[in-house]
Design a protein around this ligand. Structure first.
Ligand code: AMP
Length: 232
């Protein structure tokens, strides 16, 4: 499948960046804009935990302490999800991959399918402030912020009217732990995409609309992200 500017049919979009960089917010908008499913491994784990599934029971402790869930569990869950028929026309990955083995497994699974990887860069000190005010909708996964995107009615999602809640792993200590994990375990995965020559970097420390426009411009071919199996 080729990577045609302005045509993302079948393309897999990989959104990378530290926790709290705004990946979730941008992923929801970008997936809707491209008409492809938004696949967030964090959301999949939270949904499994809420439903108290076997996977949820095994993942819970890792999420609560800000650690990464072991690769086998993540890979099984992720490949099961992207194997569903709604992902046949491409999909957007948010929060996956997070380790080098996950990235390598994804590359192998994608084979000749076209993909693009984009990195949202935000300095650590900006992240702690952002994550600490974050509010998540229980029903539609919309993300708001007590300071930067306050809901019109307290505790109620602007998008669907669902209940907004704070993630337990957005407490400052856990956010700092997640940042440590990002630098130790996730950075090698970012380097892997950089070494492949396929990483497009976006300044995530701007207003959400500006970040979104940068992401769109890149995907529409502005600075032509590369793909494997497509026309580089
Ligand atoms: P997120 O919503 O992406 O910030 O993810 C929340 C938590 O889910 C992380 O802190 C990890 O505990 C777990 N998690 C999500 N995605 C992954 C992944 N790709 N690999 C390992 N753990 C993950």
């Amino acid at each position: 499948m080729s990577l045609d500017a302005g045509n993302n049919a079948g393309r897999v979009v990989i959104l990378l960046g530290p926790p709290g960089a705004g990946k979730g917010t941008q992923a929801v908008r970008l997936a809707a804009d491209r008409g492809i499913p938004h696949i967030s491994t964090g959301d999949l784990f939270r949904s499994n935990i809420k439903q108290d599934t076997d996977l949820g029971k095994r993942a819970k402790g890792f999420l609560e302490s800000g650690q990464l869930v072991p690769d086998e569990l993540v890979l099984e869950m992720l490949f099961d999800r992207v194997g569903a028929s709604d992902c046949g026309g491409g999909y957007l990955l948010d929060g996956f991959p997070r380790t080098l083995p996950q990235a390598q497994a994804l590359t192998a699974a994608l084979g000749a399918q076209s993909w693009a990887s984009l990195l949202l860069e935000v300095p650590d000190d900006a992240i702690v402030g952002r994550a600490c005010g974050r509010l998540l909708c229980r029903d539609c996964s919309n993300i708001q912020h007590s300071e930067f995107a306050p809901p019109a009615k307290e505790g109620v999602c602007d998008s669907c009217g669902g209940e907004l809640y704070r993630r337990s792993d957005d407490e400052p200590d856990v956010v700092k732990k997640r940042l440590d994990v990002y630098h130790d375990e996730t950075q090698p995965m970012v380097d892997y995409y950089r070494d492949l020559g396929s990483l497009v970097t976006i300044d995530g420390n701007q207003k959400p609309d500006a970040v979104f426009e940068d992401l769109r411009r890149q995907l529409d071919g502005g600075l032509s992200p590369q793909s494997r199996g497509g026309q580089a």
